[in-house]
Design a protein around this ligand. Structure first.
Ligand code: RBV
Length: 419
């Protein structure tokens, strides 16, 4: 057995042991096999937790094809350990170019998937653009990320969407956990591992106070950092202010930050005019899906020299001698840094359970759903929460009949004097 295969199998076994919701679902689905006959494509960061999702889909009867959603985030050993399994075939490699990623997507599309579980709408956009011949066979898409839902909405606005898509990102069981706790913990864990520097007492600038930014900002503060938020959305800026953070335009924040972490879902959030004001030694990292949030071309343009400072960190020397450090080429720091493993297993267990349950629901209901972006029904979300609580051994209270009647009432007489 190759060393790769051995570590890939090990990583999968560890992930399985820490994904109890999947274990519960797998047991049920392998008896029912509701996806028999379907070809499900999963486009994501191909590492061990994603591998567990693929295994559960295969046990549910689907023929599963996988591919990477980002050039730097898949793990070759896990890819090898997945490709040896029955019912799973895939195309993903670590550290590749955008062109190679496109080739791998094309190979996955040759399997003519009937459903796609997507991350950042990468495979969906590829199929719509390059394989229109496949569209009539597609029942629908389940999209996991904020960026991807936005992209599918844009596709719809453009008249390019011919099937229903579930906005899995928008379910409470996904974004209130994955975006906040998953991104929050894994972005900081991997930033600190890659730099081997202390966060306590540092000035940390977090660009974007959406769910991911909230997670990063609060956890950085909990570790003792002084956190500043930059925003373009007035309510998010106010929320950050009232949660006790400094809120500044990036031009001002640029001058004070030791660490910069972008989590906006937009491009050029850090660009030339900001880099020009930064302090010597500033460290720039991105935790949004695409590597466009930090304009690395501007950084290269301003630099008189550049060198590898550590694995995963490139130092750009400016004309006046200042050194600005870019972490893993501005790619997702929690997945593409040299030792990065993505979000913690427990959180991906929930996210992927949502993808799986949304896919099952879409499979049964696709013919009654119009092309468009749809919310995942709330009871699907609730079911996953119930399974998760059960695996944690946490019990909740139940409404009494009187309490239920109170909630269903509107007349003062019923509310105040039900008997
Ligand atoms: N994400 N996946 C992992 N497999 O380790 N870590 C993060 C993993 C997903 C997360 O759910 C988010 O929606 C997406 O990455 C952004 O690309």
């Amino acid at each position: 057995m190759s060393a790769d295969l051995a570590t890939g199998r090990q990583k999968l076994a560890w992930a399985r042991a820490h994904m109890p919701v999947h274990n519960a679902l797998r047991e049920r689905l392998s008896k029912e096999r509701p996806l028999a006959g379907e070809c499900i494509a999963v486009c994501s960061h191909i590492e061990a937790k994603t591998g567990v999702l693929l295994e559960t889909l295969a046990r549910a009867g689907a023929s599963v094809v996988f591919t990477g959603s980002e050039p730097g985030s898949s793990q070759d050993d896990v890819v090898a350990a997945l490709n040896e399994q029955d019912g799973i075939t895939g195309y993903a490699e670590r550290g590749i170019s955008e062109e190679r990623l496109a080739e791998l997507h094309s190979q996955a599309l040759v399997h003519a998937p009937t459903m796609i579980l997507d991350d950042a709408a990468e495979l969906t956009a590829r199929m719509v653009n390059e394989r229109p011949d496949l569209l009539s066979g597609v029942k629908g898409v389940c999209e996991q990320t904020t960026t991807g839902v936005q992209r599918i909405q844009a596709m719809l606005g453009d008249g390019a969407l011919s099937f229903p898509a579930y906005a899995v990102n928008h379910t409470p069981m996904k974004h209130e956990f994955d975006n906040i706790h998953g991104t929050g913990e894994s972005a900081l864990t991997n930033l600190l591992l890659t730099t081997n520097l202390l966060l306590a007492g540092k000035q940390v600038v977090v660009a974007g106070y959406g769910d991911c930014g909230v997670g990063v900002a609060h956890k950085a503060r909990a570790l003792g950092a002084q956190v500043t938020i930059t925003e373009i959305e007035p309510r998010a800026a106010l929320r950050a202010h009232m949660n006790g953070f400094a809120v500044l335009p990036m031009l001002e924040a640029a001058a004070i930050g030791d660490f910069f972490i972008t989590v906006t879902g937009n491009r050029d959030v850090i660009r030339r005019e900001h880099i020009e004001r930064m302090q010597d030694g500033a460290i720039l990292a991105n935790a949004g899906h695409f590597n466009v949030e930090i304009n690395s071309a501007d950084l290269a343009d301003l630099a008189v020299a550049r060198r590898q400072a550590r694995p995963g960190i490139e130092a750009f020397e400016l004309a006046d001698g200042r050194q600005i450090n870019l972490v893993c080429e501005g790619r997702l720091v929690n997945l593409a840094a040299p030792t990065a493993m993505g979000h913690p297993a427990e959180v991906m267990d929930q996210t992927f359970a949502m993808q799986l349950m949304a896919a099952l629901h879409l499979f049964t209901n696709h013919s009654s759903l119009k092309p468009g972006v749809h919310p995942v029904p709330d009871d699907v979300d609730r079911q996953v929460a119930e399974i998760k609580l059960e695996t944690l051994g946490i019990q909740t209270d139940q409404l009494t009949t009187e309490q239920q009647r109170f909630l269903d009432s509107w007349r003062a007489s019923d509310l105040l004097d039900p008997d």
